[in-house]
Design a protein around this ligand. Structure first.
Ligand SMILES: Cc1ncc(COP(=O)(O)O)c(C=O)c1O
Length: 409
């Protein structure tokens, strides 16, 4: 049964207009009533909602449907965005049992979720997350950057953590739907981006150590600015000699939640001493670079840009992979190999890459009490060049010959 009314978002609240009637059927298709369009609002043709009318008193927007109307104006100060959670309108939720088939994904109002105290994720850390960004172009449309890469990384991570995962198509569709439903939270062009955080967790109850019997895939979003308070100004890293982030055979190469809780202590100590973050060494030789808590590392010497190879202990960053291609395209020689701490200290330039940090120049490295500075504390030429090239692509300012961006509206 089809019913012509629109879902409007006002003052951070979803409003069904006109009021949901008391149907006795299961579902009705929700589509925008043209006459309800307000100035400054948009209809998103990619999105679709249906309304679960099985409960006549509580009309909930569920699953996917054909459009959602959101107002563009929020009261957020776009000039002061940092990297903190700003609650938005919708999150996406999709579940599956241990048969591994995710179905019935739905957009829900953003808010707390209910979990069994015995959930696998709470007791044994059976969880993964992803991170990607949506950028607003100058013409108002929205771009995602390589979302299928995040989907594939989640599938790889899920295999390592004995979890089923959504297919690439399910993942990308869910990301698109969540971003469009939260359109008004995508910062104006040049003011930041909408950070998209997909989660996969063992939500079913377990007591003995075992994979959970049920899984939840959830996506929430938040508008963000710079990850490091330094912005594009160089960050100061300390090489960690005691704590390790990952070990051979462990889970360092996947985005499992436990990898992050375990680096908090080293990061906290470093921050208390005034450093921006920690650079980890390999756990076997304590000599070769691994990565920073939440980003990959590159060293520049002349025309050669080197980064630690992927061998299970570092995360295969999507920004890392993209920067390697961009740098090669600009004539640099790019090497993936073991990079020693001595090379780091003798580098011309050092920078980090990641979705959150984009390309972050390193101003100094401290190792065993010795501090080495790069580029007279300014942004290195190579870092600046690669940052500009990548962000131009991500923001739709440069022609995307590589087909990395996905336009949403
Ligand atoms: C440990 C770690 N390394 C590297 C990265 C960078 O990966 P990406 O470029 O895909 O964001 C991240 C961020 O997700 C991370 O958490």
């Amino acid at each position: 049964m089809e019913y012509g009314f629109s879902l409007q978002l006002r003052s951070n609240r979803a409003i069904l207009a006109p009021p949901c009637p008391s149907f006795s059927g299961r579902k009705c298709l929700l589509f925008p009533a043209k006459s309800s369009l307000k100035t400054g609002s948009q209809i998103h043709p990619l999105l679709s909602f249906s309304v679960d009318i099985s409960n006549s008193t509580a009309c909930k927007a569920v699953r996917s449907a054909t459009s959602v109307e959101t107002t563009e104006v929020t009261e957020l100060n776009w000039d002061n965005l940092g990297f903190g959670l700003v609650p938005t309108d919708y999150m996406y939720v999709m579940k599956c049992s241990s048969d591994g088939i995710f179905t019935n994904g739905e957009l829900k109002k953003f808010g707390p979720i209910e979990l069994n105290p015995s959930a696998g994720v709470l007791n044994y850390g059976q969880g993964l997350f992803e991170g990607l960004k949506a950028y607003r172009k100058a013409d108002g449309s929205i771009l995602l950057f390589r979302p299928e890469e995040n989907a594939m990384r989640m599938i790889d991570g899920a295999a390592r953590m004995c979890m089923p995962a959504p297919t690439v198509e399910q993942f990308v569709d869910a990301v698109k739907m969540t971003v469009l439903a939260n359109n008004r939270w995508v910062p104006p062009t040049g003011k930041g981006s909408l950070y998209v955080r997909p989660l996969l967790m063992g939500s079913g109850p377990v007591l003995g150590l075992a994979p959970a019997p049920e899984y939840t895939f959830l996506i929430f979003v938040s508008p963000v600015g710079n990850y490091f308070k330094e912005g594009l100004s160089p960050i100061n890293l300390i090489v960690e000699n005691e704590y390790h982030r990952a070990t051979p055979g462990g889970t360092g190469g996947v985005k499992t939640i436990g990898n992050y809780a375990s680096v908090l202590k080293a990061q906290k100590i470093a921050k208390e001493k005034g450093y921006s973050d920690v650079l980890y060494l390999d756990a076997v030789h304590k000599r070769y670079l691994e990565e920073v808590s939440s980003c990959n590392i590159f060293v520049v010497k002349g025309n050669v840009i080197s980064t630690p190879e992927i061998k299970g202990t570092i995360l295969p960053g999507i920004t890392r992979k993209s920067i390697m291609d961009v740098a090669q395209g600009q004539g640099f020689q790019v090497e993936e190999r073991a990079v020693s701490v001595e090379e780091l200290l003798n580098a011309d330039e050092v920078f980090c890459t990641g979705t959150a940090v984009v390309v972050s120049p390193v101003g100094s490295i401290t190792y065993l009490g010795k501090r080495v500075e790069y580029g007279n504390s300014g942004v290195g030429v190579v870092s600046q060049q690669l940052y500009s090239a990548l962000t131009s692509l991500q923001m739709g300012l440069a022609e995307d010959h590589l087909g990395w961006t996905v336009q949403l509206n």
